[in-house]
Each structure stands twice: as C-alpha cells, then as structure tokens.
Design a protein around this ligand. Structure first.
Ligand SMILES: [Zn+2]
Length: 620
C-alpha cells in the first residue's frame, strides 16, 4: 500500500453529512406534518453538527411540549454525554429506555454511556438487550464485541465481531477481530481481518463522534496498560447512608407510587423534598411516602431524602431523578415512526468510535509480527507525525525502522567525501515554485546531478516538483518538516519533524530518503539519537554559501572554490538567496578544474533512499 492511503478520510464525517441531509428532509416533512418545525428533529441536526448548546435548547423545547417523549429525553442525555457529563447521561438514557419500552435505540444509547463511564460489563448487558429486538443492528453488535473484549472475554468478543462484520460493520468489528487474533499470535489473520491493505480500516479512523471515544483496543485488555478510565460507575453513593430504594433513579412513573428510603443508621428524622419543595417528614426508621404523581406536571422531577440528627444537623442525603408521565401517549403513528428513526440516528451518533490511531497501530503491529516491516512503516509513519506523543505509535515506528535495517546507520554522519577531487552538490530548502525548475534546467544543461534537502511542508505544497527532482535523477533528502531549529525541540518533536518530512516526500515520489540535514546545521545528541532511531544519516558540508553573503558575486565564487580546493560537500540553497546568481559559474569552474560532481549519497557510497516497491523492501 502507498502511504497516501494513510491519510485519514472522514468516513464518519460522510455518514454524518448523509444523516444531516436526511434530517433536513425529515425536518421539512415533519414541519408540514405537524404544522411547525419539530424541535427534536432540529435538536438532532444541531447535535450532529456539534452545536451542543443549541441542541440542548431544542431537545428541552421538545420535552416541554411532550414530557413523555423519549427521543427528547435521550437528546438531552446525548448532549450530557458529549460534554463528558456521564452521570446525568446515564440516568436520562435510563429514563428514555423506560419511556420507549421494547425499543432498541435507548438501550444502545445507555450502553454507550456505560462504556464512556468505564463500565464495559454494564454496557455489554445494555447492548445485548438492544440486540434482542434488533439483532441485525451491526453497529451495536460491534460495540458489544468491543465491550466484551474490554472485559477479556475474547471468545465472545470474536463471535460478535464476526457477526457484525457479516452484517457489514467495517469500523469496529475488524479492529476487535484483529486485536483478538494478535493476542493469540495470529498476525496474518489479524492483517486479513483488517482488510488486506489496511487502507480501508485506516480510512475509517477519522471520525470524532460527539466526544465519545473508545479506549485503544491495542491496550484495553486487563493486565495491559488500560486506556479506559478506572470504573466510575459505582452505585450512586449514599452519603450518610441514605438509600432511596423506590422508585429507581432515572425511571419513569405514573399514578400513585410510594417513595421508599432506608438508612444505615436510623436518623432522628428524615425529610422528603420534590424539586426542592418540602413534601413530607418522618421519624420512622424508614421512609414510606405515598405520592400521587398526577398532581405534578409531567416531566423530569427530583426526589431528595435528607436525614437529620437530634441536633438538627443534616447527616445524610440522596437525590434521584424521575420522569412523571401521566398524560395519554399520542397515538400518532407518524410521530412514532419519526421518533423511532430519530432515536436510531441519535443512538448511532452516540456509539463510541475507535481512536484514530488504533487502526494503524493494530495494522502496524500485525504487519511487523507477520514479517512485513515495510507495510508497518507505511501505515504508522503518518499517524505518528499526527500524534507523536502516543507511546505505542512511536514504538511501532522505531520497531519498523529497526526491522527494515534502517535504524542506526553507520556512519551516523557524513562530514567529508571519501576521495579528493569529489564535490557533492547539495541544495537546502525548497522545493521552490520558481527556483527549483530553473535549477533543474541549469543542472540538466551541465549534466550535473545533485542532492536536494527538502522541507517537508513545502514538499506537501509542491509534490510535482519533488517528482520532477527525482525524475531528473537527483537525490531527495530531508531538511525537517517546518525548518525549525531542532536543538530547541523535545526528542519526540525532533522525531516528528523527521518522520513527517520523510512521509511527505515519500507521498510525493514514492521514495523514503535516508539522508538528512538539520536546518541551520543545529545539531545535538538529541537530534543525533532521533535521526538514528528513524534511520537517517546526517549530512554536513565543507563549503557553505552563507559564509560569503557579504561579498561580491565573484568573491563568493572565489571563496567557495577555495573551500573546495581538495573537494568536499558544497551547500547551496534552493530558495531566495544568491545561489541562482553564482551557481552556473561555480559549477563550470569546478568542472573545469577536474572535480567529480555528483549527489552526496552516491559519492559517499551510501544509500540515499529507501524504495518501497511492490511490497519488497529494497534500499537503493
Ligand atoms: Zn535550510
């Protein structure tokens, strides 16, 4: 595969765009059907666009109109979830499940919130329950597989991942399959699960669902480093030992009910509040309070029990949220169908997505273990430059370089050329839209081949110039990605400059350079170590045009010619300096006195590029 394929393409973004477009039609249909715009439809559209504040308002409005509308309750919960407010999300999704009994989507939502809360066991139960009424819902089955994997139940995870894949799920199921296979030592199977080239899987990695990310599969198993937050879903704490035992938190109630609460230590007295209003007091050892909910408006209410000691100090408290739903359900079939569709769209938006580094990471590991380090390097280099602080990505990059035999090249630096009379012609910076084509024609006219140390971000901007350089027989090499002073960067940032630049050049011309020159010549032990880990040799120079910029053109030529009296490495620029004014005469003069002109790698007898060809590694 080419590294081009690694570029994340927004599969989720695409799906989201389709949903948003569908909702535009729905919104219009709903507006004509109900005489005005449906707030829940608008809320979902805003939610999918990431406008959580306005989505919350719209779902709130929908709920005010019909407090028993499950999709509006779930919409509010989804906003909570997207904001990372897990507890209210959990209880409101629970309420939505009560309001829409027998429907799969609220349970799918609940499962996702439980996943986010770090409770894969509860999540698996909710996903399973959702699947009993909709077993073909592949997106949910894939998350069930993931929740099982997180508990270490790899066989069950594998079964469900396979089923989900059969139903066409392509985002999570292949990852779970690959993770299980890798764990069992079947690297080739893992590669196959990831789709042969891995490109498709890598492409699906882009989607930021609302803020909900699953932990890295590559590290989610117990015993390994866990990406999941430690479990935050404990039973709601009951400070001071107050436990409201009925109704259940987040449930939906109607008619007459009895509020029940118990205490670890019987208090002097206990007070019951509904929405902060005093409703009852008791000095019994437990609370048994009848409540006629029909006297309260439909909608969400809070019930709180406070325990007091004999001096009147509050020693315990618990509060729960309930939905009171007494009004007759609207029997409108159109509304029900719309809400079911909205619910499914909302649930899919809430499903956790793999972090974008997971697919390339799993693929790279599988490829490396299967003895294909080249494929590993192809797939991991660009993700590493996007997330250089991801420890495992960096490890895989180093391992791929090591297995390819690129790491720790000897010699580490090229300072001089082996034979007197050799002159390596090198151009730093660029590619440059005006200077590079002109330089190429000057060199072609004289049949001189040279080395171009390119700046990665410029290679991204002018890939056709990179190809032109290679096509003319010159060497390409790395001169960092952003042309910053590398000695001022952290080790991992230096590696990123190198990897990202190499990726950019490889993407343009299909060759990975192995030669590197630090911007400004700023070099340190850190830069040296980074270059070694990624398989670069550092090239210095013996004659530098910068040394003579204050002189006349003739003075410059004299100076450089003098520095190269016995040969060596010539540093010119492929950008805005005096190079274009002197390069022709300088090359003519060197040639006239019998120098052997050429690219630095070739004259030094080292490989200047690593060519990725047809899956077979070769250093050229
Ligand atoms: Zn430079």
């Amino acid at each position: 595969m080419s590294s081009e394929n690694v570029r994340p393409v927004g599969a989720w973004a695409l799906r989201r765009a389709v949903i948003v477009a569908l909702l535009a039609v729905w919104g219009w249909a709903a507006a004509s059907a109900f005489g005005q715009g449906d707030a829940a439809v608008l809320g979902l559209r805003l939610f999918l666009l990431g406008d959580y504040d306005r989505a919350f308002q719209q779902f709130g409005q929908a709920l005010a109109k019909d407090p028993t509308r499950a999709v509006a309750v779930a919409g509010l919960a989804a906003v909570h979830l997207a904001r990372g407010e897990t507890q209210p999300a959990l209880s409101s999704f629970g309420a939505a499940a009560e309001l829409a009994p027998g429907q799969a989507w609220p349970l799918a939502c609940l499962g996702s919130a439980q996943m986010q809360a770090g409770d894969p066991k509860a999540a698996a139960a909710s996903y399973r329950q959702a699947l009993t009424s909709r077993p073909e819902w592949a997106a949910v089955r894939a998350r069930l597989a993931y929740a099982l994997y997180c508990q270490g139940l790899t066989a069950a995870a594998m079964d469900n991942a396979r089923t989900a894949a059969r139903y066409g799920e392509r985002t999570v199921a292949p990852l779970v399959q690959a993770a299980v296979m890798l764990r069992d030592g079947d690297a080739r199977g893992a590669l196959q699960a990831l789709g042969g080239t891995g490109a498709a899987v890598v492409a699906t990695a882009a989607g930021p669902a609302p803020a909900l990310r699953m932990a890295s599969l590559a590290s989610a198993l117990p015993g390994l480093e866990t990406g999941l937050p430690t479990s935050t879903v404990l039973p709601t704490p009951a400070p001071g030992g107050v436990r409201i035992t009925w109704p259940r938190d987040g449930s939906s109630i109607s008619g007459r009910v009895e509020v029940q609460a118990e205490f670890d230590v019987p208090p002097a007295y206990a007070v019951v509040y509904i929405d902060d209003q005093f409703v009852s007091v008791t000095n019994a050892s437990q609370v048994r309070m009848p409540w006629d909910t029909r006297r309260w408006p439909d909608g969400v209410h809070r019930v709180r029990v406070d325990a007091y000691d004999s001096s009147g100090r509050c020693v315990g408290r618990q509060e729960i949220q309930l939905i009171v739903a007494n009004r007759e359900r609207t029997g409108d079939a159109t509304q029900a169908a719309l809400d079911a569709a909205l619910g499914v769209a909302l649930a899919e938006a809430c499903l956790p997505s793999p972090p974008p580094w997971d697919p390339p990471l799993l693929y790279a590991e599988a490829a490396r273990v299967a003895g294909q380090p080249e494929a590993a390097l192809d797939v991991v280099e660009h993700p590493f430059s996007c997330w250089p602080w991801h420890r495992r990505l960096r490890e895989e990059l180093h391992l791929a370089c090591r297995d390819l035999g690129l790491a720790n090249p000897s010699p580490a630096e090229i300072l001089v050329l082996p034979r007197p009379g050799q002159v390596a012609v090198t151009f730093d910076d660029g590619p440059h839209p005006r200077i590079t084509p002109w330089l190429l024609s000057v060199l072609a006219k004289r049949r001189v081949r040279a080395t171009f140390f390119l700046v990665g971000q410029q290679a991204v901007q002018y890939p056709e110039l990179v190809r032109a350089i290679v096509a003319a027989g010159h060497e390409v090499a790395v001169h960092s990605y952003t042309h910053r002073n590398m000695t001022r960067l952290a080790q991992v940032e230096i590696e990123r400059e190198l990897a990202q630049s190499r990726w950019a050049i490889a993407r343009a011309c299909g060759r990975r350079p192995t030669l590197f020159r630090p911007p400004g010549g700023h070099y340190s032990a850190d830069v040296r170590a980074a270059a070694a880990a990624l398989g670069f040799r550092t090239v210095f120079w013996n004659a530098n045009i910068c040394r003579y910029v204050a002189r006349t053109l003739n003075g410059m030529i004299e100076g450089l010619d003098g520095d190269l009296a016995r040969g060596g490495i010539l540093l010119l620029h492929n950008g805005e300096d005096e190079t274009p004014l002197i390069v022709e005469e300088l090359l003519d003069r060197l040639r006239a006195r019998g120098c052997e002109l050429g690219p630095v790698g070739e004259l030094s007898g080292v490989e200047s590029v690593y060519v990725s060809a047809g899956g077979r590694a070769q250093v050229k």
